[in-house]
Design a protein around this ligand. Structure first.
Ligand SMILES: [Fe+2]
Ligand SMILES: [Fe+2]
Length: 289
């Protein structure tokens, strides 16, 4: 099969999971500068399960608000539209794509890696003076969602890919190419298109392992790419689906992280931050594996 045919197959078989309708509506409302807090509140409140989860996350130490947030309207005011969008997307990601862990995929590891990449990406963007911190969190959070898609809808191919990474010297991209002719980045990019995420986010997901291909927003792609590897190195996670992936020198240069002392300085700082943030986020019931 050609990559085009696989793409068609993936798109049709999967009926790639749509973002739940309410989540979709929230994302659109947040993108619209004319949206009022009360309109957004009404949409979220129409979904009880979503409301409960939003409030739970809004009250987590991750967002650091000392006062208890007990209503959606208050959550919107204190968190802001963008943070709310992050929360709704993360909830939707977890609930729509997760499949049970098996020998080839560990759901808790996946969630920890997604969160840590999102957190690192946001910090990094802020520390380097980029003005795209909300989007980088979502980009970091969603960067490996193609992995979930492959695990869930192409389970035998996915198992084979992971076996190859364990048994040979091939890195994950080479293993994916050899079995499916497409990579988890590309698959994630297609899902992002299907979810109507902004095209620069779809690009960051699609090219997180090949940042040189970025055209729409190379800074965002470089941030997600570097955050992915920083989080892997900081957490010392051995993750099969990111096996053998290394920093792209051009992406490091773009972010002015090509001096090893500078890079290590950031990594040391984030190691502590990450430890605390991940413990707090995964401690939320129902958000772990
Ligand atoms: Fe990846
Ligand atoms: Fe990753």
């Amino acid at each position: 099969m050609t990559p085009e045919q696989i793409k068609e197959k993936i798109k049709s078989i999967i009926q790639l999971p749509a973002l739940p309708a309410v989540a979709m509506e929230v994302v659109e409302l947040v993108d619209n500068p004319k949206t009022s807090a009360s309109k957004l509140g009404k949409v979220i409140s129409s979904d009880q399960a979503l409301t409960a989860k939003v409030l739970k996350i809004a009250n987590s130490p991750f967002y650091g608000f000392p006062k208890k947030i007990s209503t959606i309207d208050f959550a919107i005011i204190v968190l802001g539209f963008d943070a709310l969008k992050e929360i709704v997307i993360s909830i939707s990601l977890v609930s729509s794509l997760q499949k049970k862990s098996d020998n080839f995929f560990d759901a808790k590891t996946f969630w920890d890696h997604s969160i840590s990449t999102g957190v690192v990406a946001r910090r990094l963007a802020r520390d380097l003076g980029y003005r795209i911190s909300g989007e980088v969190f979502v980009g970091g959070l969603l960067h490996d969602m193609g992995v979930s898609v492959l695990h869930r809808y192409f389970n035998s191919e996915f198992s084979r890919i992971i076996e190859i990474t364990r048994e040979t010297d091939l890195n994950i991209l080479e293993a994916e190419e050899s079995v499916m002719g497409v990579t988890h980045g590309e698959v994630g990019g297609w899902l992002a298109e299907r979810w109507n995420l902004p095209e620069h986010l779809a690009e960051a997901i699609a090219f997180h392992h090949v940042p040189a291909k970025a055209q729409i927003n190379p800074d965002l792609v470089a941030l997600v790419h570097c955050a992915d590897i920083m989080s892997l190195q900081i957490t010392r996670q051995q993750i099969d689906w990111d096996k053998g992936i290394e920093f792209d020198p051009a992406a490091l240069e773009r972010l002015r992280l090509n001096d090893p002392d500078v890079l290590n300085g950031y990594m040391n700082t984030y190691a502590e931050v990450l430890k605390t943030d991940i413990e707090q986020v995964t401690a939320l019931s129902g958000m772990g594996a």
